[in-house]
Design a protein around this ligand. Structure first.
Ligand code: HEM
Length: 221
């Protein structure tokens, strides 16, 4: 491939990576707000979960797009990492190291892999039982069940610890990921500094908020 075509395709990959990352952050924000209601009101959490779990638009349109988005982001992350490695014969560790890049920026592939592994556990915990409950066993609708199912999962100290450690890695991933995505989509104007700060706030508040939710249910029920 000619050099300029190669450059164009690698920029397109970065933009696609950034857009899928921003989409996943939007999902994460709504997931965070819905889960946070479980701390304040079991009824509110139950009725929102019931709506999300039974609305055809959410179930048959948004959910498949979300799952494809996760898979796309994961595969594209590996593709970009491999491409970067082949373009960089001397590794960052020897070359730049901590001198001019942060730990989170150098280890996106590691934090990303941990989040992906977490998602495997998380789907096994919540998503698969939900699919079986609704579409395989075809149980009757029961709006009151979601809160108890959630609380039951966090009885286990091992699961609570596993989730919490994963959320710390999620925080590191978002710490670099958000600002990197802004750069990839070329967002560079008078709002950039404010948006960068907002990115850092998101990277702290959302993952540590998730830790709070997990610990809250572990210690309160
Ligand atoms: C304390 C933290 C969390 C709790 C209590 C929680 C809870 C849940 C529950 C109850 C579901 C089932 C939804 C359904 O009925 O299908 C779910 C699904 C899901 N969660 Fe989480 N979650 C947490 C953190 C996270 C994080 C940090 C991520 C991403 C990194 C995440 C990604 C997902 C995804 C992708 C789904 C599938 C969504 C769907 O299509 O239904 N969750 N979560």
């Amino acid at each position: 491939m000619a050099k300029s075509a190669l450059l164009k395709s690698s920029i397109a990959k970065k933009v696609a990576m950034a857009l899928s990352g921003i989409f996943l952050m939007l999902f994460l924000a709504q997931h965070f707000f819905i889960n946070m209601t479980s701390v304040f009101s079991a009824d509110t959490f139950n009725s929102i979960s019931h709506f999300m779990g039974n609305n055809p638009l959410v179930q048959y349109v948004i959910q498949p797009i979300l799952i494809l988005g996760v898979i796309f982001h994961f595969i594209m992350g590996i593709v970009l990492e491999l491409k970067n490695r082949s373009a960089r014969p001397i590794s960052y560790a020897k070359n730049n190291g901590a001198a001019n890049s942060s730990w989170s920026s150098r280890n996106m592939i590691i934090t990303g892999a941990v989040i992906f592994a977490f998602l495997g556990v998380h789907f096994y915990d919540f998503w698969f039982p939900e699919m079986v409950y609704k579409y395989v066993d075809v149980n009757p609708l029961n709006e009151a069940r979601y809160f108890h199912e959630l609380v039951a999962k966090f009885e286990s100290p091992v699961r609570t610890a596993l989730y919490s450690v994963s959320f710390i890695l999620l925080s590191l991933h978002l710490w670099h990921g958000f600002n990197s995505s802004m750069q990839s989509v070329g967002f560079n104007n008078k709002y950039s500094v404010a948006l960068h700060k907002l990115g850092y706030v998101f990277a702290i508040v959302v993952p540590f908020g998730f830790i709070f939710i997990a610990l809250f249910h572990h210690f309160n029920h």
